[in-house]
Design a protein around this ligand. Sequence first.
Ligand SMILES: [Fe+2]
Length: 260
Amino acid sequence: MAERLPNLRRDWRLDFVVVNGENATGGRGLSPEHAKGILEAGADVITLGDHAFDQKEMMRFCETEPRIIRPLNYSKSAPGTGARVFEATRGRKVLVAQVLGQVFMSRPYDDPFSALDPVLRAHPPGGAVAASLIDIHCEATSEKMGVGHYCDGRASVVVGTHTHVPTADVQILPRGTAFQSDAGMCGDYDSVIGMQKDEPLRRFVTGMPGGRFTPAMQEVTLAGLYVETDDRTGLATRVEMVRQGGRLSQCGPAAATAGQ
Ligand SMILES: [Fe+2]
């Protein structure tokens, strides 16, 4: 991220960058130090996830750093906020919100749809916010697609996170919302979702742990989603998958038109 994002911001003339950072600290949560590194690399906002507070210092840090967004439906007593309007280039307002799904998740989180509804109602496309991004953080692609269609025409972008593997369903939904079931991880894809493959393989094959999970730290691919939106309608006009560096086949907006 630190190596590539500054150049991508310049070359693709990015107005606003959202990074899911929930496991940037050795695969377990996000420390304030690493959050600061991601922000310094050029992220405007960092979203978290089910591992939001695996690094305990994040509980305090997310109260003091407004550019951190935790899931709206994490718990009623969670510190921080799940949705906020930010300012992008040329004074344009951008809403960012995150929700957790319920299917196959480790805890029974509240319904993401009813958590999102008041936020979407408060910030309709074509109103005060020029664009809006909803991060649906969950396991099941079905639930992610459900959230995408629920938000279709009500948000500029719905993008999934959590599963670490980019999905090939990048599209603009019928009512104008850019969508991808999962943005994928920024990490080493010669791994089992970012961890060195030996220990996960041992557990799969034998059913028994033999050691700790250790992050894989070789060739890194930056994976994500590039979206262009219309400031007047708040809807997407172009969407492209992004895979830069590392082992995955490369893609991105070859001729970006953002900022024109
Ligand atoms: Fe997660």
